[in-house]
Design a protein around this ligand. Structure first.
Ligand code: SF4
Length: 934
């Protein structure tokens, strides 16, 4: 058993139900029970299982969770196991194979992949605790059940909006007819009166609402680098590539991990963030003898599991750290030799030294001479770097040897270090240091994003992909529609903003331009399965101000989000477990949307599996599909729904499955599924029968996943073609090589005119606008400033972004504390479990302290994604009781890249809270909306 894989005994429902049983007296569980009762009533059964009430049940009829009766249903085989996809896959790299045991239309158990032996070539796709608690998303207290309207909101704008009551008003249940009428008429009124620039939309680009609002003329969007920080804008010009091939999967295949002598993980914590199979892959390499190092502000679970050497580093200081490593590599090369791969640098790179400059260079400077201090008189020694990053000098030397050419080394990173102010040069610097040791394009060598989402620990092209369907997406036609997220809410409140780029997720520098002033008059905010009030804009308090300013806010979602709580109308949509393909049983609904629709390069699944999206249960409550909603809204606003949705969701899914392909052992991509006429008839779709697939489509529905066997000897090596034949397979850069000196990067960023001093074409150090240095009032005198602690915001095993926060099981199993160094805690008189107030000029939150010896003094960690629980009883000092990290986010933009997401260089202070202790999360109410009767 691999220590970080959830064992069968832990995952067994007896344990999970034991947690429920333990929690039964708590008020949050009673709420959940009430919700469960409603579900079961909707499904036409009683109690927590389909049976008659027994004599020992409470007369109240309230359901009681009992282990025995539910176990009995399973033991007696009253139901069946069905594949039940995990839709928490935001960035975790999973879409693991979840299973649900369904009895009379109710899911009574959760399970995961156990159909075959767990091998390297064909691993089980086992779900993590988030996936295994999906039942609580579907049936839990946070589930949205009926269309609802905020009581004091009335259509028409003006004072009728009563916007100041958003978040504190009562709710009224309304019918779908009323909801569609109100939402449709408000959308039409606002577009007619104010135009598309008055609408802020927050949808995935392939969501139905995206096409709907695009068809209306477009909408404004929040514009930032989201999860990728400073990584995305430069990777193309540098030679990294971007989303498509050869793109984000910028590392070698998982099967090559064990060929490395060393794997260096910079800021990665897949044990929390990518808790499906990525840790399994890393552990296999460890078992084969690969040694690990982990760089970051705390010794995390991943590092512990891999027995990694910890190289401590303050968040946001990767750039000076790696400059120090580069200096040390040069010093060791000079003194001992065998470290720097000069042949690699000369053949595959430009700009390391003056003998190998690119043709388009306008500056007669190179990286090597900069590191040695030729231009500023400051050699970038470990001692120089350590003043910023806090890393012991000997660790620079250790890593410099590891990165040397005599080792097979992979330098893999998460995007955490890129989500920091001042990180504009980090991608280029990682590439530079890796190239100094010749670590690219060869087995056991590499650099790239190694613990992120779809390609976590497993780079390379998709080995299995869906085809295309007959529902296309309509792009947003509105030009200059991006509001920089870093000032997003402020812009709505102020009615103006300045833009410096038009989209920063394109992987090139052409998006940057000189500053342009814009007026802004947002009247409507509309979100579909996104939670912008939590995760966009500059802080939730400013977000609340912006929300309360506009005339109309509408949310479509499965469960209560921060955004839903501050909306005027909330429309419940089905979860990914719900659907119906039988016309006689209601609307056609299929849970499409997770398997990306266009080539799946940005999908959230592992490259070698195609998990089934098939209904597990019928739609619950009054939830509808988002397509159903958008089709009705089309009719209200005068759009022909056929233009947007020419076929049903069921048909759409069958179309993309009919076109699915996989990589066969001979390297050819071949048809994946055979489809029989009786299958098409059963699902009422018009697909012609097809044969020649490797699997029958209905067999796939039963199995739950198709995995490409990895026993054919194929192993992807990133940059392998380029290294073998640099002229025949040049990189897509100006020089065709890795650009250690990159003129396009510098020219692009310098067009923004954000800093007087232009950025260099090579990776240099500059003092970040905010971060460790600015935490001092007097840097030279080392006088701490008002907010002396560096906050980082780890992705946490309890949640996938803001999903799963309402799971009572996960709340009970995992606290959501603030992680504090033992040194800092002692200085502040704080002990583990104490309630602390974390604050800065933008907001304040309360959390219990978790005091650790394994976190650097000066750094504090607050897990990402808690739904905020705003206490506004003191209007001058609102405080969040739930520890939402975005309460502390301000408009502190980076030096050269305005739209960077700088979450990990937030500055805060903390203190022991003198207002009394707050309850543990599992004892607090879960965000919910009461549902009065219609
Ligand atoms: S690793 Fe991701 S996809 Fe897999 S179960 Fe966990 S949250 Fe779901």
């Amino acid at each position: 058993m691999h220590p970080l894989r959830i064992s069968a005994s832990f995952s067994d429902e007896r344990s999970v139900m034991g947690i429920i049983d333990h929690a039964i007296s708590r008020k949050d569980f009673l709420r959940a029970s009430t919700a469960a009762a409603a579900v079961i009533a909707a499904a036409g059964v009683s109690g927590c299982s389909p049976r008659e009430r027994t004599a020992d049940e409470p007369a109240s009829g309230k359901p009681r969770a009992t282990i025995c009766e539910n176990d009995q249903l399973v033991l007696e085989g009253k139901g069946e196991w069905k594949p039940a996809i995990c839709w928490s896959g935001a960035g975790c790299g999973g879409m693991c194979l979840n299973k649900a045991y369904v009895v009379d239309g109710v899911v009574v158990r959760s399970g995961t992949d156990n159909d075959h032996d767990d091998t390297e070539a064909n691993p089980q796709w086992r779900a993590c605790p988030r996936g295994r608690s999906k039942r609580q998303n579907v049936y839990g207290v946070e589930r949205l059940k009926y269309p609802i309207k905020r009581k004091h909101w009335q259509p028409g704008g003006g004072e009728n909006s009563n916007g100041h009551l958003r978040g504190v008003d009562e709710w009224e249940r309304i019918t779908w007819d009323e909801a569609i009428d109100l939402v449709g008429s408000e959308i039409k009124r606002i577009y007619d009166e104010y135009g598309p620039r008055s609408v802020l939309g927050q949808f995935a680009f392939d969501a139905s609402a995206y096409s709907f609002f695009s068809k209306l003329g477009g909408f404004m969007q929040m514009n930032d680098t989201v999860s990728y920080g400073s990584y995305t804008p430069f990777v193309g010009p540098l030679g990294f590539g971007y989303m498509g091939e050869p793109g984000l999967p910028a590392m070698n295949d998982r099967l090559d991990l064990k060929n490395a002598d060393y794997i260096v993980l910079d800021g990665c914590n897949p044990a929390w963030a990518s808790a499906g199979n990525p840790m399994f892959y890393f552990q296999q390499a460890r078992d084969a003898g690969t040694q690990y190092a982990y760089i970051g502000p705390s010794y995390n679970l991943t590092a512990a599991a891999l027995d990694a050497k910890w190289i401590p580093l303050r968040n946001g200081t990767d750039t000076p750290f790696l400059l120090g490593v580069a200096y040390e590599m040069l010093r060791l090369e000079e003194e001992e030799g065998g470290i720097v791969d000069w042949e690699f640098l000369g053949k595959y790179c430009v700009g390391f030294d003056l003998e190998h400059m690119p043709d388009d260079a306008t500056l007669d400077e190179c990286f090597k001479d900069y590191v040695l201090g030729a231009y500023d008189g400051v050699p970038k020694t470990p001692e120089w770097a350590s003043q910023f990053c806090g890393t012991p000098v000997e660790d620079f030397t250790w890593l410099a040897r590891v990165m040397g050419k005599q080792n097979k080394t992979m330098f893999l990173f998460s995007f955490a270090g890129f989500r920091t102010n001042g990180s504009e040069n980090l991608a280029q610097l990682i590439m530079t240091v890796a190239c100094m040791g010749g670590h690219a394009g060869k087995s056991g060598h590499g650099f790239g994003p190694g613990a992120y989402g779809p390609f976590a620990a497993n780079g390379g092209e998709m080995l299995v992909s869906p085809g295309l369907g007959r529902i296309g997406d309509i792009p947003n036609p509105l030009e200059e529609c991006g509001i920089p997220t870093i000032v997003g809410w402020q812009a709505i409140v102020d009615g103006k903003y300045t833009s410096y780029d038009e989209g920063v997720l394109t992987g090139d520098c052409s998006v940057f331009h000189e500053p342009v002033e814009h007026e802004l008059n947002i009247k409507m905010i509309y979100a579909l399965q996104q939670n912008p009030l939590h995760s966009r804009g500059n802080g939730q308090l400013k977000g609340v101000e912006a929300f309360r300013k506009v005339e109309f806010v509408c949310t479509q979602d499965v469960f209560v989000s921060d955004t839903a709580m501050f909306s005027d109308i909330v429309l419940p949509i089905v979860s990914q477990w719900e659907g119906n393909w039988e016309p006689s049983e209601g609307d056609l609904v299929w849970p499409v949307g997770l398997i990306p629709l266009r080539g799946d390069v940005n999908g959230n699944r592992n490259k070698e599996i195609l998990p089934v999206e098939h209904p597990v249960i019928k739609p619950l409550f009054e939830a509808k599909s988002d397509y159903w909603v958008q089709e009705r809204l089309c009719e209200k606003v005068g759009i022909d729904p056929e233009e947007l949705f020419p076929v049903s969701q069921v048909q759409f899914y069958f179309d993309i499955m009919a076109g699915a392909t996989y990589r066969a052992p001979d390297g050819e991509y071949k048809r994946l599924f055979s489809i029989r006429q009786e299958t098409a008839d059963k699902y009422h779709v018009d697909n012609k029968p097809q044969d020649g697939g490797v699997m029958d489509l209905e067999e796939y529905f039963e199995r739950g996943v198709f995995s490409v066997p990895r026993d054919d000897g194929y192993v992807f090596i990133k940059y392998g073609d380029f290294i073998e034949d640099p002229e025949g397979h040049p990189l897509e850069t100006a020089s065709g090589k890795f650009e250690i000196y990159c003129q396009a990067k510098a020219d692009g960023l310098n067009r923004c005119q954000l800093s007087e001093e232009p950025i260099k074409p090579y990776a240099n150090y500059f003092t970040p606008n905010s971060g460790y240095v600015s935490s001092f009032e007097d840097w030279e005198g080392k006088v701490p400033g008002k907010y002396p602690y560096l906050l980082y915001q780890p992705h946490y095993i309890r949640r996938a972004h803001t999903q799963n926060d309402g799971s009572t099981w996960l709340r009970e199993a995992l606290e959501n504390p603030i992680f504090i160094s033992a040194v800092d805690a002692e200085a502040k008189g704080v002990k583990t479990g104490d309630t602390v107030r974390v604050f800065n000029d933008y907001g304040q939150v309360l959390r219990q302290a978790s005091v650790m010896a394994s976190i650097m003094p000066g750094c504090v960690g607050l897990p990402h994604g808690a739904h905020f629980d705003l206490d506004e009883s003191d209007p001058e000092n609102p405080i969040d009781l739930a520890g939402s990290e975005n309460m502390l986010q301000g408009p502190d933009h980076s030096n050269y890249l305005y739209s960077l997401s700088p979450y990990n260089t937030t500055l805060v202070d903390f203190e022991r809270y003198d207002g009394g202790d707050i309850p543990r999360d599992c004892e607090r109410d879960i965000a919910h909306i009461d549902f009065p009767e219609a």
